[in-house]
Design a protein. Structure first.
Length: 251
């Protein structure tokens, strides 16, 4: 199991400031990076009120379809950073699993073997998922134990898809910064945030993270051919038990 890396309060403050402004030369903070996403959501998205309310709204606006289309067309495009920030446990795991499967195909082909199944789905179904994570931040401290076990392994195997890029860093952020991030994203809660490679204004943040958070080391995933095979060893111990009187009578 990989060691859990939790950023200390002083380090977390450099990543997620409370009141101070960003200074030239200091790391670009997570909150600064994701704030445009929350601002766009606040100004240009209507919060969902449920399926029934949505159906009633659509019926009432059916006659005004042209005006509604014009209103949508006039909305400004999403900020560029929206394409580089992934938040939510399910979608982050989905992307990591996709990259892990892709790295498996690459390893099989590198040995001159033919991959028997799943290649079409991985390569053609959702090619936009083939985007390397520079860093993943676990914000919630209440992740299920199975996630704590699987996530580091997925990060390692997913990073192998792009060996030319620095490996994905996985870090925990203390829970006192959870509300700050939720406010920046304009969402009620967030458990995990991923920053994709090439995210604008992320160079300072990534430089800081790579300095303080080491790569995940899992030997059997790093060097599968060098891990020695350990055979099963069974220690047989002879024991003597008394035969009950009932069994003696049966004999």
């Amino acid at each position: 199991m990989a060691a859990r890396i939790t950023l200390q309060p002083k380090q977390a403050d450099e990543i997620i400031p409370r009141t101070r402004k960003h200074h030239s030369g200091s790391p670009v903070q997570v909150s600064s990076i994701v704030t445009p996403i929350g601002r766009y959501s606040l100004n240009h998205k209507t919060p969902s009120k449920g399926k029934r309310s949505k159906k009633r709204e659509l019926r009432s606006k059916r006659d005004a379809k042209g005006a509604l289309t014009k209103l949508i067309d006039e909305a400004p495009p999403k900020p560029e950073i929206s394409s580089y920030v992934v938040f939510g446990l399910n979608i982050v795991l989905q992307r990591l699993e996709y990259l892990s499967n892709l790295s498996k195909i690459q390893r099989v082909k590198s040995h001159g073997m033919k991959f028997s199944g799943g290649e079409k789905a991985v390569n053609e179904n959702k090619p936009f998922l083939n985007h390397h994570f520079s860093a993943i931040f676990i914000v919630s401290m209440s992740q299920p134990a199975i996630i704590e076990e699987i996530l580091p392994q997925l990060v390692v195997t997913a990073s192998q898809t792009h060996p030319e890029l620095p490996e994905t860093r996985l870090a925990h952020i203390s829970k006192e910064h959870h509300n700050k991030l939720c406010e920046c994203l304009n969402i009620p809660r967030v458990s995990i945030i991923g920053i994709l490679d090439g995210a604008p204004f992320s160079s300072g943040l990534l430089e800081f993270i790579r300095k303080h958070v080491p790569e995940i080391w899992i030997p059997h995933l790093r060097e599968p051919g060098k891990v020695p095979y350990v055979p099963v060893q069974i220690n047989a111990v002879e024991t003597i038990s008394k035969v009950s009187a009932k069994r003696q009578k049966l004999k």
